[in-house]
Design a protein around this ligand. Structure first.
Ligand code: MN
Length: 741
């Protein structure tokens, strides 16, 4: 693993072999790396993919002037350093083929199998989403979106290696382009590499970004480091020697190396603590790699005996590992001449994980039972990150099923302005609309997802571009409550429906009150604002609308409120006596009252039917026919009844129930449906009685008609259909009825 680590810094140290050498040669950079861990037949497979990619990109030249194939080969080299499996290496070689040539994912699948095709497809998809906004919160969402879209952790590994090589060859780009790519790398890809524990890639991405974003500062610091290195060389080698001696004296076997901090982390330290470079002493650190965990603490004790530690600088990441699984002991010592020395002490296992993070798991072909405690801890971290579909103990299988589901509870989508929104998983377009703004939610009529119209109930997927279409007259639909999943959308829809209902109830309540006032020979306009204010005070409530809505909902009696208002007017004394005998005008029903007036589903009254209104506390005014069986039950409570009549000119359609007995033959339903359509009626609901092999069947329809005349026409038409035996309108409790709407 340490070998891998040094090669990854290729962009800085230029230690990689010639990438121009064809990769299907024994001595090529890629093959040399692959030979360390792959069998000859695997390498032959890689060569096959190389030739395929070579032919696909043939004749294309990179901005650097090199043939295009050098890029995928370099990406494959970075991943080979991490000892990644064959499908990942193949995907690395083929990663730009679908994007840049005529070759399709299907071609890849036929030639290299579906696993490689899926990986290439995953990388291609990531390439297509663009990061637009620069804010911190947006960067975090974008990182999550990338990870959520990757699905397979190997996709993000290929993507990171791709980005690393592009950063290493950024010199060829225009300066503005360099800065853009460097900024994106620093904001998005370096933190992902860090979170996945890919330390070397993370630091290289940071340093390269720093170099292109702040060339002056980068140069100044790297020069200062060179100078410091020269000055301190002697001191450093002296310290190194003392440490070696001390550990030897304590019988601790250790691998000790001098380590230089990465440039960007020195820069961050200088800016965050406002320290000049001359005071950033710990640009040098020492790394002590020992056999196991027990030896870590022994080594720590030995070193604390050699030089005095700075008390506040000790950190035990073995007992409390970092979130990405990193483990080590960190201590800073007062060296000779007062030089602070940072020392990291870790076991060989911890070292592997610190260097390669997720990728370290590919290095161990041991079964889960043989995993060390440390590996298991990292494994646990991974399991939090990854949704492993199979419970198999075989590590190769583990690899096969290594699917990322880092954020199983969330989905990330784009707004039309390129902003990323995080929504709960299974959120629909309506949830999205309300998340943007309650006004958008309340007025949404349709949605365009990735430029295509889709139903509002469509569940959103990661990376979707969502555009809500609104209508100025549109209103929330109660049916939305069946599928929205965010509390915000639910609350707004409920609030709207409730306020709409109370507006409708207040409207009805006003008509009922005016009717009661007229019965008392008072014109509504004689009631002044002052009267209302007094009534509002007396009732201890807030608004006139509330009183009216209460009347409409049956919570207050119109006659009582009218009486109280009349009592406040000047002429109440003479009118008062008339109150008990005054009869009320009737209220007219239009069918357009909305939720304030409901038509009882038992009898389904239609214009022409004699009707009664029953005031229900929850539902408002419910209209029944005079002869409805359920009316009899309530007749005992005449206070709740209201005289109502139909508005004569209504053209509204009303629902009513029909029961047909027909000969049990195929095609009957269609004939009747046609008959209903011929009469200009609509079917609202239909149910068919289970056929029990008898000669006749019962059909139950809910149809829409204007009035009784219309219904009579409809029934006459249906009777003419041969094999319709009996037809009648049904009221009251049916033995069977279609579900109510
Ligand atoms: Mn690429």
């Amino acid at each position: 693993m340490p070998k891998a680590a040094s090669n990854l810094k290729a962009g800085l140290s230029k230690s990689s072999p010639d990438p121009l050498l064809p990769a299907d040669r024994e001595e090529s950079a890629l093959t040399v790396r692959l030979k360390q861990y792959l069998k000859p037949q695997d390498i032959a497979q890689v060569w096959g993919a190389y030739r395929y990619a070579f032919a696909a990109h043939d004749g294309i030249v990179r901005k650097t002037g090199e043939p295009y194939i050098t890029h995928p080969v370099s990406v494959a080299c970075i991943l080979a350093d991490l000892h990644l499996d064959v499908p990942t290496i193949l995907a690395a070689l083929l990663h730009d083929v679908v994007e840049d040539t005529d070759i399709t994912t299907l071609d890849i699948k036929e030639k290299f199998g579906s696993q490689v095709a899926d990986l290439v497809d995953g990388v291609t998809k990531l390439d297509k989403i663009e990061f637009q906004s620069a804010s911190q919160a947006q960067a975090e969402n974008f990182r999550k979106m990338l990870l959520a879209m990757s699905q397979d952790v190997r996709v993000i590994l290929v993507k990171l290696a791709d980005r690393l090589h592009n950063m290493q060859t950024l010199e060829a780009m225009r300066p503005e382009k360099q800065k853009l790519i460097a900024k994106e790398t620093l904001d998005i890809y370096a933190p992902i590499a860090n979170r996945l524990g890919l330390n070397e890639i993370y630091q290289s991405l940071e340093d390269l970004s720093f170099k292109y974003l702040y060339p002056m500062r980068y140069n100044a610091i790297s020069k200062a480091i060179m100078v410091a290195r020269g000055n301190r060389k002697e001191v450093i080698s002296k310290i190194l020697e003392s440490i070696k001696q001390q550990l030897k004296a304590f019988n601790i076997e250790a691998d000790i190396s001098g380590r230089e901090k990465n440039l960007y982390s020195i820069y961050k330290k200088m800016t965050s603590k406002a320290t000049p470079f001359s005071q950033v002493y710990d640009i040098y650190g020492f790394r002590v790699v020992v056999k196991d965990m027990a030896n870590c603490y022994l080594a720590l004790g030995a070193l604390h005996g050699l030089y005095k530690p700075i008390p506040s600088k000790f950190k035990d990441y073995i007992a409390i590992p970092k979130a990405n699984g990193y483990q080590s002991l960190h201590t800073t010592l007062f060296g000779p001449f007062g030089t602070p020395i940072e020392v990291q002490i870790r076991s060989a296992d911890m070292h592997n994980i610190a260097d390669a993070g997720v990728a370290a798991h590919w290095l161990y072909k041991a079964s889960d039972a043989q995993l060390t405690a440390l590996q298991q801890q990292t494994h646990q971290w991974l399991q939090r990150l990854l949704d492993i579909q199979s419970e198999s103990a075989d590590s190769l299988d583990f690899l096969e099923h290594l699917k990322i589901d880092l954020f199983p509870d969330e989905v990330y989508v784009f707004t039309p302005k390129g902003k990323i929104m995080a929504l709960p998983r299974r959120a629909t377009a309506v949830d999205f609309a309300y998340a943007v703004h309650s006004d958008i939610g309340n007025c949404c009529v349709a949605v365009r997802i990735n430029q295509e119209l889709a139903p509002l109930r469509t569940e959103l997927r990661n990376g979707d571009h969502v555009e809500i279409i609104t209508g100025s007259m549109a209103k929330p639909n109660p049916a939305w409550l069946n599928y929205v999943i965010t509390g915000r959308a639910r609350a707004h829809i409920r609030h709207f429906l409730k306020s709409q209902q109370s507006t409708e109830s207040a409207h009805l309540g006003e008509r009922m009150l005016n009717q009661a006032l007229r019965a008392l020979h008072i014109e509504p306009k004689q009631i002044t604002e002052a009267h209302w204010q007094k009534l509002i005070r007396d009732y201890g409530i807030k608004t006139k609308a509330e009183i009216l809505s209460d009347i409409g909902l049956g919570k207050r009696q119109n006659v009582m409120v009218a009486h109280q208002l009349v009592a406040m007017t000047d002429n109440h004394l003479e009118k008062h006596t008339k109150l008990p005998t005054a009869s009320l005008d009737t209220i007219t029903i239009r069918g357009t009252e909305g939720m304030a007036v409901q038509f009882a589903p038992c009898c389904r009254p239609i214009p022409g039917d004699p009707i009664l209104g029953f005031i229900n506390k929850d539902k408002g005014l419910v209209i029944h026919t005079h002869d409805c069986p359920s009316v009899r039950k309530f007749k005992l409570d005449p206070d709740k009844w209201l005289d109502v009549e139909w508005e004569p000119e209504s053209t509204h359609l009303f629902k009513t129930n029909l029961n047909l007995t027909v000969a049990n033959q195929p095609g009957m339903l269609a004939k009747i449906a046609a008959g209903i359509a011929d009469a200009d009626s609509n079917i609202d609901n239909v149910s068919v009685e289970e056929s029990d092999g008898s000669a006749y069947a019962n059909l139950y329809f809910t149809v829409q008609v204007k009035n009784r005349v219309h219904l009579a026409d409809l029934m006459r038409g249906l009777r003419k259909i041969p094999d319709v035996v009996r037809i009648n309108r049904t009221k009251g409790n049916l033995h069977r009825r279609g579900t109510e709407k």
